[in-house]
Design a binder for this molecule. Sequence first.
Ligand code: ZN
Ligand code: ZN
Length: 691
Amino acid sequence: MLCFSGNGMLHIKAGEFPIHQQKLQGFVVGFQGSNIYCLHVYAMTAVEVPQSYSMYQFLKEKQFEEAYKVACLGVTEADWSALALEALEGLNFEIAKNSFIRVRNLRYLELIHDILERKKRPEYIDDDVFLADIYAYQGKFAKAADLYEKTGNPTKALQMYSDLRMFDKAKQYMTEGDVQSARILMQKQAEWSKDSKDPAVMVDILMHAGEEEQAIDLMGKSGMHQRLIEKARNTDKADLAMLKRIAQWLGKLGQVVLAAEIYNKIGDEAGLVDLYVSNRRWQDAFKLAESNPGLHESIYLPYANMLAENDQFEEAQEAFRKAGHAEKAIEVLEILTHNAVMESRFGDAGYYFWQLSIAALGNMADYKDGSEVPDEMMKQMQDFQRRADLYYAYDSIQRYIAEPFTSHQPESLFNIARYLLHAIKDSVPMGVSKVAILYSLAKQSRNLGAFKLARHAYETLQTLRVPTAFREQIDLGAISIRSKPYSDAEDVLPLCYRCSHQAPLLNLTEPYRCTSCKQGFVYSFHSFEVLPLVEFEVENGIENEEAVGLIEDESRVGKAAGGWKEESSGGADVMNLHDNTEGQDPFTSQFMRFQAGEAFSPVVADRDMLKSMPASEVFVQQWPAPLNFRYYRNVLPEIAVSHCSHCNNFFHSDDYELLVLQKGACPFCRHKVAIGGDLEARAPFNPLDAT
Ligand SMILES: [Zn+2]
Ligand SMILES: [Zn+2]
């Protein structure tokens, strides 16, 4: 390389190439690397002259070695890059590598490294393959693709284009039935399809490659139900798997009718159920369940779960039962009960506890044959029943306290409060406020003239922690009640219908019953007044069915009064003279057979007595086995009593009929009663259809 100056111009000549000129003042005295030492008048200056021009001249001629040497004298970064790329395209990897090192281009260095590695391998044929890679790296895709194809590597072109998501171009490099290529495309497509706006191309590619399942999946994912339907029409009926796949996708796309058509065509009931369930077509699903009980579980279980998730616990419970998952129904019931208590919906809480007791009773059915029911089971059932009664009754107190008006008579509230005080004397269930009960009792006792009881209630209240809102009223009441006599009015004392003894209003020291004959009280389950019912037992050896038959046999009714009577007793026929001259039947004459202060001895009825009872006066609680039937007689038929055969509770007929008219159902167990129907229908009690 030569450098000289003259006429204010600097001339640089490299090799055989023409001279490069540039303006310069002074004389060149030295030349080293890219520095020219120049003397101008008295000053020596070093001028840096880039060697780019010379380098490009060598590059043009593809003299990479020379160009590299010139570049080493000093060129810009851009020049190095140009040299590197040219050298690479010229397949001079050594120069290219060194040049790329100068500009620290790791991407290309990697490529070169890769190419050099591949060159060492035995399958290496010619450099054109690398050139294609190089073009691809540089973004010259058309050139690269051409080269790939020329060198017999169309797959690489396809891969390149699919990497670039240029699927149309990629398709051009796909050979018919080439599964391998289709796979590659599919792979790319999987990543791409999410944000792709036109997956139709991809579906074509897949169908083209014979990947039908993937094509169907893609149609489904892209919501192309029209194409799915077309595909279904063109698919052979025997290809069940394919049709099922299409139906599944149609189902997911909400095309229930079309999907159902396919399922029906291939006779896939389980699929149909799935379709209806996942699309919440419950009515269609229920129709299926009707014709095929085997499907109950798969339909009602998800239905129940759905209901439970939507807080429709009652409906869910029923559905769980239909699905054959009684245990889940109980779980739901427990949630319901808990919620009802937490939300102070005590009427509901009572109802749910009653249902829990029925479920517990259902569990005892295994012991029908007379084997001993485990104590725990029995206790739990009884506890549920107790809570059911308690919450049901407490609902009225809660309403009385919380709401300005009450539908209950003062007598009812008075009775309910007393009933509850007796019921909670051992343990107060969650949510029940003893203060509320005592407060209601105090007020109603006072109204009804039970001053002694009112005073007791106020005194007890003063020992309890009372909400401040009540504090003043209670203190006031406690003082003013002292102006009243310390006694209870006679007419509010409960009467024992067996021995006509009047019981005290409150007796928390022993079970609340008649203090004289120890007969238990039977309450009307609305007003909680004592009903004129006396419970009796049937003589040993009389089975329930027989007893019920004898009661219903009306042939002897009214004939029992007095006179001679043929009876069989102890295996011998005897003639007895009954001295029932006052028209008392043998049943009531049994009433007085007790010794005051002794243990309770129940009234026992023999066959004859059963036969002579008017069926309308007798009520039988037909509890399912292993529980016993319980018998009651109305000893004051003028007071009409109604009995709900579902929950076995008794009511004053007036109350019951009114409540049934209002609610269309039993107020306690909510069992639907047809208005105008037989209110005292004695249908055998079956806990499992009691819902
Ligand atoms: Zn009594
Ligand atoms: Zn009922």
